[in-house]
Every structure is written in structure tokens, then in C-alpha cells.
Design a protein around this ligand. Structure first.
Ligand code: SAM
Length: 290
């Protein structure tokens, strides 16, 4: 067990500082203060962050920390913080760690007892979720999905069954193809939202069925940054009783199907465990023979 009191001492620590996802006014007063007061700002791309920091009026020393150098850099930064250095970590936009590097540094700090102090602030998925019109509780955030459609399909199957709102990020040049794949797995009338260019001048929400939104983006090339949200599955599954399930198995067996195949089919149709159905089927058959 480990207990961390973020503000107990003046020693070194890691601040996780969110930055705007578009609108520069979304930087908080506290975020700006910490970026100004830290000994260093660790950022993914010192040039990108240099522009942002100049525009919000922060001048400080920058260190690079990105996914390609994170493994070697993390121990160095941890050592600096152990010696009293305060580091503020930012990503190119939004919350560090959310589909961005940072996790390795957070883990290394926790491992070595360096306090990790998170600041609240902008993140694209939460901004999209609250305006989607879908239930915000529960939700599942997937980040970026794999690029190949064969690798995307298992995720879409999960989203199809999910009783939670599903959220993922997608690059504009892949969006039309991804929506086409989505339409092969989920029902065409399932509702989705494409939230585009949040907090920016071209902010837009495209709401509709998968078929409508997919058709729209096949015809209108997607531009800008996107968050995709899929409504929860609200179908009420009919729950069959054990006697009903066993009767269904027996009826299939009477048609000539093997016990094994009949159990497998009934279990799959009712989304229950085939081992459990197997046990119930055989227990009841044995009891009725007695
Ligand atoms: N750390 C960021 C966050 O907290 O959301 C996410 C960074 S991830 C590398 C970048 C992706 O986030 C984009 O490709 C896009 O899918 C989404 N994103 C970032 N800014 C956005 C915006 N203004 N509108 C819509 N999506 C955005």
C-alpha cells in the first residue's frame, strides 16, 4: 500500500496539466500558473508546445518526453524529481495520458514515491460525451482502435452488445472506411454521433443512425478531428427459464441434431454458457429417468 499527499511537502513532483483541445481560452488559471512555476515542462513536441505556451503567455524551460524516448527518459526525469525538481507534463492537446504519452512517467513516479498531481481540464472524449445526448453513465472509452477492419470488428462486436455508451477516436482519413466496417457489425439503425473539431470554429455534431452517418461521410470527406460515440444497446433480452431452454434442446435433438450441437446452438441463441446448459440438461435428464 502507498499513500500520497499531493500538497504535503515542497519537494519534487509531477504535475499532469491538461491544455486546450482547440479553444485557447480553455486553459485554466491554475494550469497556467503551474506551467509558469514548474522547473521544467515535459512535452511531446517542444515545437508544438512552444507555440501553444507562447500564445497563452507562458515562458519556461521545455524537455521532450514522447512515446519514442519515454522508456529512457522516465528514469532520468524521476531522478530529477527525487532531487526536488518540479515537472509539469503536457501533451500536444487535452489531457496528458489520455491517448497520449505520459503513462510510463506516471507509473515510474508512483514506483519511486514521487507525488503525481493531476489537474482537471479539457479532454476530447468527455467534451463530446456531454453533448452527445447519450447516457453518460456508464461509458467505455476505447481511444484509437486498430487500423485494420479485421482487427476493428471484435471491438465493434463488443460495442454492439454494450449497455454503455462507447467512445473512440478516429483520424479523418480513416473515418469513412471505419464507419463502413462499423455498419457491417452493428444494426443500421443504431444511433451514433460524430463530434468534430470540438471547441473550434468548425465544431459540428453529426447525429443519426449508423447508416445515415456512414453514408454522409462516404459523400462528404471528413475534415478535422473526430470523436465517435455509439449509443448503448437498449434491447431487452428475453430471459428463458431452464425448463424452456431444456425443452428447446430436446426439440432440436428430436430433429436429429447431436446433443452437443443442440446445446451449443441454444446456448448461443440465448447468450448463456454452454457448459452451464450442458450441466442443467444432463442433471434434469438424469432426474427425470429416476
Ligand atoms: N489527450 C487528448 C484528449 O485528452 O482528448 C487526445 C489526444 S489524441 C493523440 C488526438 C485525438 O483526440 C484526435 O485524433 C481526435 O480523435 C481527438 N481530438 C482531439 N482534439 C479534438 C477536437 N478538438 N475535436 C474532436 N476530437 C478531438
Amino acid at each position: 500500500m502507498q499513500r500520497q499527499s499531493s500538497y504535503a511537502d515542497e519537494g519534487g513532483k509531477l504535475y499532469l496539466v491538461p491544455t486546450p483541445i482547440g479553444n485557447l481560452s480553455d486553459i485554466t488559471i491554475r494550469a497556467k500558473q503551474i506551467l509558469q512555476d514548474a522547473d521544467y515542462i515535459a512535452c511531446e513536441d517542444t515545437r508544438t508546445s512552444g507555440v501553444l505556451l507562447a500564445r497563452i503567455g507562458v515562458k519556461n524551460k521545455l524537455l521532450s518526453f514522447h512515446k519514442y524516448n519515454s522508456k529512457e527518459r522516465a528514469p532520468e526525469l524521476v531522478e530529477m524529481m527525487q532531487q526536488g525538481t518540479v515537472i509539469a507534463e503536457i501533451s500536444d492537446a487535452g489531457m496528458p495520458v489520455i491517448s497520449d504519452p505520459g503513462y510510463i512517467l506516471v507509473q515510474a513516479c508512483i514506483k519511486h514515491g514521487v507525488p503525481v498531481v493531476p489537474l482537471p481540464g479539457p479532454s476530447a472524449f468527455a467534451t463530446a460525451l456531454i453533448a452527445s445526448g447519450f447516457d453518460a453513465q456508464p461509458f467505455t472509452y476505447y481511444g484509437f482502435l486498430p487500423r485494420k477492419s479485421t482487427e476493428q470488428k471484435p471491438y465493434f462486436e463488443q460495442m454492439n452488445q454494450a449497455k454503455a455508451t462507447s467512445i473512440f477516436y478516429e483520424a479523418p482519413h480513416r473515418l469513412a472506411k471505419t464507419l463502413k466496417t462499423l455498419a457491417t457489425v452493428l444494426p443500421a439503425d443504431r444511433q451514433i454521433v460524430a463530434a468534430r473539431e470540438l471547441t473550434k470554429i468548425h465544431e459540428e455534431f453529426v447525429r443519426g443512425s449508423i447508416a445515415e452517418v456512414s453514408d454522409y461521410f462516404q459523400a462528404t470527406p471528413p475534415r478535422g478531428e473526430f470523436v465517435i460515440l455509439i449509443s448503448p444497446n437498449t434491447e431487452q433480452r428475453q430471459v428463458a427459464t431452464w425448463p424452456e431452454l431444456i425443452k428447446a434442446v430436446s426439440q432440436l435433438v428430436k430433429t436429429g441434431m447431436s446433443h452437443k450441437d443442440a446445446i451449443k446452438q441454444v446456448a448461443s441463441q440465448n447468450q448463456i454458457s454452454k457448459n452451464e446448459l450442458y450441466d442443467q440438461y444432463h442433471q434434469r435428464r438424469e432426474a427425470s429417468n429416476e
